[in-house]
Design a protein around this ligand. Structure first.
Ligand code: WQD
Length: 341
């Protein structure tokens, strides 16, 4: 009988979690999901089943309730890896409700690490964010770029989460940990059976596609007086399927690693920056339609430019982004059209 590794994905009903589950299944893993559905529905689980023919079981428990996680682990003592996506992720909401963000994002992490310790779970992958770099001036950002004070309580939960895991790794020799700093994940699965769901768009690409389909009258480009090649903010957009595959590679890396360091951090970005106008141009090219937009004021808290040095992920994980900016826009647009029907 073949033995499959069982991976617990938290936040498996969310955008990156769902794409990662597909990649894990396609690479031979057994997956269970924990998602309390506070910020998601089971829609993407149905899409995962359509793509993979596997019905992933979701446990709708709150990771902040220690006894509920303990019950889950008692049922699944053979979990061999955890990929921890579940978290609140809105920057402005975190400014308005800091305690809710600190409690939700950190209590859940601590409870999970207690299970890692108790059940000797060997591999732990954490969803971190380029937001840990704040308004850094050093470009491209490498994993060694010093972290300034976080710009928001949300970003701070990612900085503190990384520190908690690093400290834990120093004392606990039974597990290895990867901290994955995502840049700007966009796009959708090429089947258009799963993608990003933002009823009120919080990020650029959902705003673009919802404008194109007529749900929003126009896009506002936030500021045109930045010190970049066209005066517009520049970010590192990376396809969600490339991000997803990096998690599979991270599990393999952790399984093979014999390094003294039991906690490694990786930037997951394309390595190149694009401005909002370049993103719009890519959208217009692949959708073959003009996008209505106006130039507006700067958005508070926006850095002028952020993009990744991704050499470490390439070298140690063997990761290579496969989708370019046009692919990101094309898949996001096909998903929007399908999801809006
Ligand atoms: C992208 C670019 C905007 C909307 C955020 C979080 C970060 C991380 C990723 C989780 C910026 C511009 C946007 C619009 C615009 N999340 N824009 N008009 O701010 O780079 O990063 O998501 O970890 O922590 O802060 O992403 O998609 O909001 O913006 O001009 O209507 O698009 O100014 O340059 P951001 P975003």
């Amino acid at each position: 009988m073949s033995h499959k590794s069982k991976i617990l994905v938290t936040g498996g009903c969310g955008y990156i979690g769902a794409h990662t589950i597909v990649d894990l299944i396609e690479n031979g893993y057994d997956v269970i999901s924990v998602d309390n559905l506070s910020r998601a529905t089971t829609q993407l689980l149905a899409g995962i089943a359509d793509i993979t023919s596997v019905q992933v079981k979701n446990y709708a428990i709150d990771l902040c309730i220690a006894k509920d996680i303990a019950t889950l682990f008692a049922q699944h003592p053979d979990i061999s890896g955890i990929i921890h996506f579940a978290a609140y992720k809105s920057v402005p909401e975190s400014v308005a409700q800091p305690l809710s963000y600190y409690h939700n994002n950190l209590a859940s992490l601590i409870n999970l690490l207690q299970m890692v310790q108790q059940y000797e779970v060997p591999y732990f992958v954490f969803s971190s964010s380029c937001s840990v770099y704040g308004n850094t001036q050093q470009l491209p950002v490498t994993e060694d770029t010093p972290l300034p004070r976080a710009e928001s309580p949300y970003g701070n939960t990612k900085q503190i989460g990384e520190e908690i895991i690093r400290d834990f790794s120093h004392t606990h020799s039974g597990s290895r940990h990867a901290l994955l700093r995502y840049f700007n994940p966009v796009g959708a699965h090429p089947t258009a059976l799963i993608g990003e769901i933002q009823p009120i768009p919080q990020n650029l690409v959902p705003y673009i596609t919802q404008t194109a389909i007529g749900k929003r009258p126009q896009l506002t480009v936030f500021g045109n007086d930045y010190d970049t090649r066209d005066g517009i903010c520049l970010r590192d957009y990376i396809h969600v399927c490339d991000i997803a595959h990096a998690h599979t590679l991270a599990l393999r890396y952790l399984a093979q690693s014999t390094a003294d360091n039991r906690c490694e951090v990786f930037n997951l970005g394309s390595g190149t920056g694009n401005t909002v106008l370049e993103a719009i141009a890519a959208f217009e090219r692949v959708a073959q339609m003009p996008l209505p937009y106006v130039i507006g004021a700067r958005r508070e808290g926006d850095a002028a430019a952020v993009y990744a040095d991704n050499q470490k992920a390439r070298a140690l994980l063997g990761w290579q982004p496969r989708y370019d900016l046009d692919d990101m826009m094309r898949t996001a647009w096909i998903w929007e059209q399908r999801n809006t029907q």
